[in-house]
Design a protein around this ligand. Structure first.
Ligand code: 6AU
Length: 272
């Protein structure tokens, strides 16, 4: 199974350029930490990314929450991505018919496909959502993550829905590179498993100091997520920068290094 191998072994074999780049970055920087930069002002956004850059394999954005968005922000983000060596994941959670998501992905104010190496989608509309996004993203070497499970209390993405998400991904392995999920997916929908398949599991709902946020979010530790559940990347937001305003430089760097170290130790424990 993929998660018994090292990130480097998986990178060497992965057919999708975005997934390969992510696995290589994880190995090179010895970090499986993705920071989710959920702040609303461009200055705070760039400041947090510059501070956490050395500690992350990937930065996750919600570009639609930036209130003073301008196209130059994307240029700055791309510069930081090159200088600090991280992959960019726009957490857009597409959820519409194929034609609409293709337009939302390529066009509009944000032109996500032109800069985000990875994005994600809810499988709820059926396989047409993957075809629509693939028509735009595949020629650009992008990758897609399907939301097979969610971290929140009362999530409806369970059971047969999660199984259907895995089947949908298996039908589109050139573009769907993994899942947002809380555990490995190999044993979900076990018919026709190709031993060569390597879906990345990116896992939000990670925190070391609290178990929830009072709005449905549920947190587990890096050890629970990486060692015990076999996931590949921890996604951490508020655990690292709090509310994201009045950014405390040393506190943000210290938290980023703390989560990086915990995530990496949990991975080393898993592959032993
Ligand atoms: O660490 P937090 O709780 O501050 O932030 C978690 C981030 C947020 C959510 O939009 C996102 O992870 N998220 C997702 C993603 C990544 O798709 C899915 C999910 O099930 N739960 C979740 O929190 O930006």
């Amino acid at each position: 199974m993929a998660h018994r191998q090292t990130y480097a072994q998986r990178a060497a074999k992965h057919p999708n350029p975005a997934a390969k780049a992510l696995l290589e970055t994880i190995e090179r920087k010895k970090t499986n930490l993705c920071v989710s930069v959920d702040v609303t002002k461009s200055d705070d956004f760039l400041k947090v990314i510059d501070l956490v850059g050395p500690y992350v394999c990937m930065v996750k954005t919600h570009v639609d929450i930036i209130e003073d968005f301008a196209p130059t922000l994307i240029e700055r983000l791309q510069e930081l991505s090159v200088n600090h060596d991280f992959v960019i994941f726009e957490d857009r959670k597409f959820a519409d018919i194929g034609n609409t998501v293709a337009l939302q992905y390529a066009a509009g104010v944000h032109k996500i496909a032109s800069w985000a190496h990875l994005t994600n989608a809810h499988p709820v509309p059926g396989p047409g959502i993957v075809s629509g996004l693939a028509a735009v993203g595949r020629p650009l070497g992008r990758g897609l993550l399907l939301l097979a499970e969610m971290s929140t209390k009362g999530s409806l993405a369970t059971g047969a829905y999660t199984e259907a998400a895995v089947r949908m991904a298996r039908e589109h392995r050139d573009f769907v590179v993994g899942f947002i999920a809380q555990r490995r997916m190999e044993s979900v929908a076990t018919e026709s498993v190709d031993p060569e398949e390597d879906f990345l599991i990116l896992t939000p709902g990670v925190g070391l100091d609290t178990r929830g946020d009072g709005m449905g979010q549920q947190y587990r530790t890096p050890k629970e997520v990486i060692t015990e559940a076999g996931c590949d990347v921890i996604i951490v937001g508020r655990g690292i920068y709090g509310k994201g305003d009045n950014v405390d430089v040393q506190a943000v760097q210290a938290q980023a290094e703390r989560y990086r170290a915990e995530g990496w130790a949990a991975y080393l424990a898993r592959i032993q």
